[in-house]
Design a protein around this ligand. Structure first.
Ligand SMILES: [Zn+2]
Length: 101
């Protein structure tokens, strides 16, 4: 019989996928949605998105931006260039801390 695990954030029993995080050196289990509220993971994803997104914008749109030739598509291309690496970094972190019993 499998031991029931308690989420370290919401304190409810975890029935589905379980994720293991280590806040302050101790380990705790979390639900998927509670994992997405884990600040250190979000912070790392934001830093990765800031770095990678800026590099990609400079590579892909830098010549337009430097020349002052802003075109309408930049309104959605620039935010998307930051959102994609944020999602990739978060997805990598989520899959890495999935707990397999
Ligand atoms: Zn929870």
């Amino acid at each position: 019989m499998q031991k029931s695990l308690i989420c370290g954030r919401c304190k409810e029993t975890i029935n589905g996928s379980t994720y293991l995080v280590s806040p302050n050196g101790s380990s705790e289990y979390r639900h998927f949605w509670c994992l997405l509220a884990y600040f250190p993971m979000l912070n790392r994803s934001l830093m990765a998105a800031g770095l990678v997104g800026t590099i990609l914008i400079l590579l892909n749109q830098g010549d337009f931006i430097v020349s002052g030739n802003f075109y309408r598509a930049l309104i959605w291309k620039i935010p998307l260039t930051y959102i994609v690496p944020f999602c990739v970094a978060t997805w990598g972190a989520v899959t890495n801390c999935k707990f397999i019993d």
